[in-house]
Design a protein around this ligand. Structure first.
Ligand code: HPA
Ligand code: ZN
Length: 328
């Protein structure tokens, strides 16, 4: 219980959070009703929706996550969604967060990119002023839509780059290796954008190598499959590469089923720069503190280990160097 209090008091950073994955069923239904699109939701009632949060793997989650986005239409919806996350973040004592969004999920439904970015950005500005939470926005390409669509999306986003710190790569991992996106990530680098990619969540350690070497990423999202490759673990340590690990997500998406606790202990033991994050908290049953609490309860983490993980998040963030060291 005292570790819980210690955790609650730590001012934290979050580096792996999909804003669409913070859409709680209550808000989903409220927005869908407001927009007259209740009939387009994947479930008819809140209870049915909650019962559907029972996943086999990454794809079964993604199907529901994309379907839920049907509720998001107006600029105000993206503002409300993002503000609701900031309220949750405040409750968990998050002081800095780097938020992912999936532009293609919305542009594919003919929602203008401007509407999405401006709604999120308006909430970011408001949260900075009223809640004291700083944040960055990272635009993720849907890897299952392929590299041409990704490049098109990047080009479309060029007029909004003042709102975006970097690009990422997410969605269906298996069969969609990072190497396919080399050109898009080169263009992002030319534009001065930071680069991250989901790799080694469901996919193999090889995808982590590709993200590092072909996409020149500055963080690996998930990356837990590095445990299958000793040479890779050594390399990640050598280059001080951060992994944004999401324990409750891995648990719910059946990554390392039945041995997740052992593998997390192993991962923490490697000395790789691990950070703890919530991924899609509305779907996986908990925000950032719940992810830390799971580790505390299942792995018996000490307060020193929690403090180290917490410092890692600031080190691995895209905050200016001066700001980082204040928190570590
Ligand atoms: N993996 C891949 N794509 C995603 C995820 C994830 O964990 N969450 C939202 N989109
Ligand atoms: Zn993710």
């Amino acid at each position: 219980a005292s570790l819980g209090r210690f955790l609650a008091c730590l001012p934290k950073a979050e580096l792996h959070l999909h804003i669409e994955g913070t859409l709680e069923p209550e808000l989903m239904f409220e927005l869908a009703q407001r927009n007259n699109v209740l009939h387009t939701l994947p479930c008819k009632t809140l209870d049915e929706m909650r019962a559907a949060y029972n996943f086999e793997d990454l794809q079964s989650f993604l199907d529901l996550y994309y379907a839920g986005c049907a509720a998001l239409i107006c600029e105000q919806d993206f503002y409300d969604l993002t503000m609701a996350y900031f309220q949750r973040a405040k409750a968990d004592n998050i002081v800095h967060t780097e938020i992912f969004f999936d532009p293609q999920t919305h542009t594919l439904r003919n929602i203008p990119l401007r509407q999405v970015i401006q709604g999120i950005a308006r909430a970011q500005k408001e949260a900075e002023q009223s809640l004291g939470i700083s944040s960055g926005l990272i635009m993720c390409f849907l890897r299952d839509q392929g590299p041409e669509k990704a490049l098109q999306t990047l080009t479309e986003a060029e007029e909004f780059l003042e709102y975006v710190v970097g690009v990422g790569l997410d969605s269906t991992e298996l069969g969609n290796p990072p190497s396919l996106f080399q050109g898009v990530f080169e263009r992002a680098e030319e534009l001065g954008l930071k680069r991250v990619a989901h790799a080694g969540e469901e996919g193999p350690a090889e995808y982590i190598w590709e993200a590092l070497e072909k996409l020149r990423v500055q963080r690996i999202d998930h990356g837990v499959k590095c445990l299958e490759d000793t040479k890779l673990i050594g390399h990640l340590k050598d280059i001080n590469m951060a992994l944004t690990v999401c324990p409750l997500s891995n648990l719910e998406l059946k990554i390392y089923t039945g041995q997740l606790e052992e593998r997390m202990i192993e991962l923490l033991g490697t000395g790789v720069l691990v950070t703890i994050n919530s991924d899609d908290p509305a779907y996986f049953g908990g925000y950032i503190n719940a992810n830390y609490l799971w580790l505390i309860q299942k792995l018996g983490l000490s307060s020193q280990q929690i403090a180290d993980l917490h410092a890692n998040s600031f080190k691995a963030s895209f905050l200016p160097e001066e700001t980082k060291t204040k928190h570590c």
